[in-house]
Write a protein that binds this ligand. Structure first.
Ligand code: AMP
Length: 409
């Protein structure tokens, strides 16, 4: 099925060609016709499924087909609320790309930076506003934003929004939206709180559900290395010797751990940056830009900072630490193997993390394949001994059995 079957107007079709999109993703196939019919949508889909285009394309189309004939300054007709700055910027970029051949205007606002540039942009008027909740409320309170003309409201990554403590902000925002509007609600997971919020926002929604990328796709080759915590760095260096791993996004449990690992990799000749909540917005953008243009090979990230990162052709995701929340694993590995590309997801699991790994595997169709014949694995129990290659080989057997025993339970 191609995009013309979805009755998409010519200027958008042209922009999609420029983007190199030929076939709509499953969520686009499902959601675009429903949104074009004017219905509310409750979408269960995560980043990586093509969800942004699934809502951006029909909104651009409907806005273009019903232009704002109002002379004077444009009024905000679409509001998209998303939890992080990175997501807000990416959504803004998507609107700009898909709406390239229309005359719509977009503004993106988010916290952590001075407001002047954003308020200047707001004062020029726009059709679409993409915002994070805190900055949106702040600028509403200051009188820069009027939401009375909203026709389309999108709440993106609702579960993350709640996790990050934005529920009160979201409630305040929906309270000032006009009752007559079309609302689209997206969430990767649907816990009770999220469903409750959806009920407040949506009017007779049509449900659209797409299974997490990681579970449906064959595009991600997963593997796990059982390794002691203090040997994870060594295995990582070894793995990164593989030149086919052109880029790697590495997740660590803590911000401190992210910084430390990036430093270690740089010392060992692998150009790396860290991205997490303690970094300034400018530093985060800089690190991301470096990684995207391949000036750095590795980006070490914390979960919140990385949510929604859209990196084309990412070769590999490394779970340096096994996440405590099983869903997080799925979100993390969904950064690779996107849009027709293949990718790898490598996890390092220390003995104390095995319980978390088991919980993750319950979400997956089959257990993650274990790499058992890695040289570092055989070397796991020798601390402080520099074994020669020969010694490593000869020691493979007994150490593997110790290892197996330890992991057998
Ligand atoms: P999203 O789920 O919105 O974060 O999108 C994931 C990635 O897929 C982004 O890099 C999009 O540019 C890309 N993408 C979205 N739709 C398509 C499509 N129909 N064909 C190819 N790539 C797409």
């Amino acid at each position: 099925m191609s995009f013309d079957k979805l009755n998409i107007i010519e200027p958008i079709q042209k922009a999609l060609q420029v983007e190199g999109y030929t076939i709509p993703t499953p969520i686009q196939k499902q959601a675009i016709p429903i949104i074009l019919e004017g219905k509310d949508v409750l979408g269960s889909a995560q980043t990586g499924t093509g969800k942004t285009a699934a809502f951006a394309i029909p909104i651009i189309q409907l806005l273009t087909q019903n232009p704002d004939y109002n002379r004077g300054r444009r009024k905000i007709r679409t509001l998209i609320v998303t939890p992080t700055r990175e997501l807000a910027i990416q959504i803004g970029d998507s609107f700009a790309a898909y709406g390239k051949f229309t005359d719509l205007r977009y503004v993106v606002i988010y916290g952590g930076v001075k407001q002047l540039q954003q308020t200047n942009a707001l004062q020029k008027g726009m059709d679409v506003l993409v915002a994070t909740p805190g900055r949106l409320l702040d600028l509403m309170d200051q009188g820069y934003i009027n939401l009375q003309n909203i026709q389309f409201f999108v709440l993106d990554e609702a579960d993350r929004m709640l996790d990050m403590g934005f529920i009160h902000d979201v409630r305040k925002i929906i309270a000032v939206l006009p009752a007559r509007r079309q609302s689209l609600f997206f969430s990767a997971t649907m816990p009770a709180e999220v469903i409750e919020l959806a009920r407040k926002i949506l009017n007779k929604p049509t449900k659209v559900a797409i299974a997490p990328v990681a579970i449906t796709t064959e595009a991600i080759r997963q593997s796990v290395y059982y390794v002691d915590k203090d040997r994870k760095k060594d295995i990582l260096l070894h793995i990164l010797k593989d030149p086919t791993l052109e880029t790697a996004l590495i997740f660590t449990r803590t911000k401190y751990g992210a910084d430390k690992l990036a430093k270690f990799l740089n010392t060992n000749g692998i150009k790396s940056d860290a991205i997490h909540g303690n970094k300034t917005q400018t530093a985060r953008q800089h690190a991301l830009a470096n990684f995207k243009r391949r000036a750095s090979r590795v980006l070490v990230a914390s979960d919140i900072a990385s949510r929604g990162l859209d990196i084309d052709e990412l070769s590999c995701v490394v779970n340096f630490d096994i996440p405590d929340i099983p869903d997080t694993y799925v979100h993390r590995i969904g950064r690779t193997g996107r849009a027709g590309a293949t990718g790898r997801a490598i996890s390092f699991c220390a003995p104390e993390e095995k319980v978390n790994l088991k919980r993750i595997e319950k979400l997956l169709p089959s257990p993650i394949p274990v790499v058992r014949d890695h040289p570092f694995l055989a070397n796991l129990r020798i601390s402080g001994v520099k074994a020669s290659a020969e010694k490593e080989q000869s020691s493979l057997k007994p150490r593997t059995s110790i290892f197996r025993k330890r992991w057998a339970d």
